[in-house]
Design a protein around this ligand. Structure first.
Ligand code: NAD
Ligand code: ZN
Length: 350
């Protein structure tokens, strides 16, 4: 099916239909939702910087850090929702990056056995990835996203004005996931990214919007057919096995962990899928062009301890996403020990 198909405004998933409201304004929400039946959930940074947008609305605020993505926050928010007398008719609106939308999606799925919720992603990473696809959840200790559900939001509204205040560092994090889409699905996008920089997309709104919508379309092209990640959706985990092993141990932002995870995945792909080493070189250049790391001093043993709890692990094997060439990825069931070897080689190379 063509990519264009997935750019339409309403996208149907097995568990529900999501209204994508592209190129919009936050204020547009109030044409559909009334403040009596909505609660905004955001983080401290955004609540402060965009206070004027939230002034007249019931708003709950969480700390702006990954460590707040846990069950304690879910419980606190649930209590606050009860104090606000939120009922099953209430719509939760998550305004923020992936931390906020992951939490709001999970809370929306379980509060009073489920209320409707929608997202206004405010980071590039949230716009192209975290808000899209219905996966939500929280961490437990160092293990990422170990508790969660799959439930689609009612809407995702895109207001790129929010990106005007996004720190440079967070732009880079978003590009890690964008580079991932290019690597696994889209050779033309890989070329486009290779001949541009972050400033190009910051200064050229049309290019930025086209880029965001293309990534959303790629993600939905996979998720609509495999919402529960039984097959093709797994491809989106490219770079994420190693990323999840190092992200919380080294307190790396998700995008940075994914950048390093993709380098490790390419290294492994050279061995198990015959990937041309030139691709790994091009990837490293591209990551650096977008101010993303390609090396990290990791302790392979520590990373393996986390990986042992990975959701994708089964009976000594792990579904690992390998790259065959730019634009083509595949799922390989690999012995768990091969990952250990790759991490050890990577550790040795640094
Ligand atoms: N559910 C999914 O499918 C999925 C996919 C990818 C990532 N994730 C999750 O998303 C999280 C990462 O998301 P993220 O990168 O958006 O990080 P984040 O939510 O932590 O936001 C990053 C930082 O940017 C700040 N910020 C957000 N919007 C801003 C704005 N407009 N202006 C100024 N500052 C702003 C935040 O306060 C925070 O300090 C991770 O927990 C990751 O596991 C989930
Ligand atoms: Zn990711």
């Amino acid at each position: 099916m063509s990519l264009y198909y997935y750019m339409q405004q309403s996208v149907k998933f097995p568990s529900g239909t999501v209204k994508y409201i592209f190129q919009s304004n936050f204020e547009e929400l109030w044409k559909t939702y009334d403040k009596q039946h909505t609660v905004i959930i955001t983080n401290d940074h955004i609540a402060r910087q965009y206070a004027h947008l939230f002034k007249a609305h019931k708003t709950l605020v969480i700390p702006p850090v990954e460590s707040s993505k846990d069950m304690r926050t879910i419980e606190t928010l649930a209590k606050e929702l009860m104090q606000l007398e939120a009922t099953r008719k209430t719509t939760l609106i998550g305004v923020g990056g992936g931390v906020v939308t992951d939490i709001v999606g999970f809370l929306g799925a379980i509060y009073m056995r489920g209320v409707s919720f929608g997202f206004v992603p405010t980071t590039l990473l949230g716009m192209v990835d975290a808000a899209v696809g219905g996966k939500n959840g929280v961490n437990m200790g160092l293990n990422k996203n170990i508790l969660g559900t799959i439930k689609q939001p009612e809407f995702i509204l895109y207001d790129t004005r929010f990106l005007q205040t996004l720190p440079n560092n967070e732009w880079s994090n978003g590009f890690a996931e964008i580079i991932k889409y290019a690597l696994i699905f889209d050779p033309a996008l890989f070329e486009e990214l290779s001949s541009n920089t972050i400033s190009h997309y910051k200064q050229n709104k049309a290019a930025l919007i086209a880029l965001i919508e293309k990534c959303v379309a790629w993600k939905n092209s996979v998720v609509t057919g495999d919402e529960h990640e039984r097959s093709r959706r797994k491809l989106l985990n490219f770079g994420h096995t190693a990323a999840h092993a190092i992200e919380n141990v080294y307190e790396l932002p998700h995008g940075k962990a994914v950048a390093i995870g993709m380098v490790i995945a390419c290294m492994l792909s050279e061995h198990v899928a015959g990937l041309n080493p030139e691709v790994s070189r091009r990837l490293k250049t591209l990551l650096q062009q977008y101010h993303l790391p390609v090396r990290l001093n990791i302790d392979a043993q520590k990373a393996m301890d986390i990986l042992r709890m990975d959701k994708k692990r089964m009976d000594g094997m792990i579904d690992f996403i390998v790259l065959e060439r730019i634009g083509q990825a595949a799922i390989h069931s690999l012995p768990f020990t091969i990952i250990e070897k790759a991490l050890t080689v990577y550790e040795g190379n640094n």
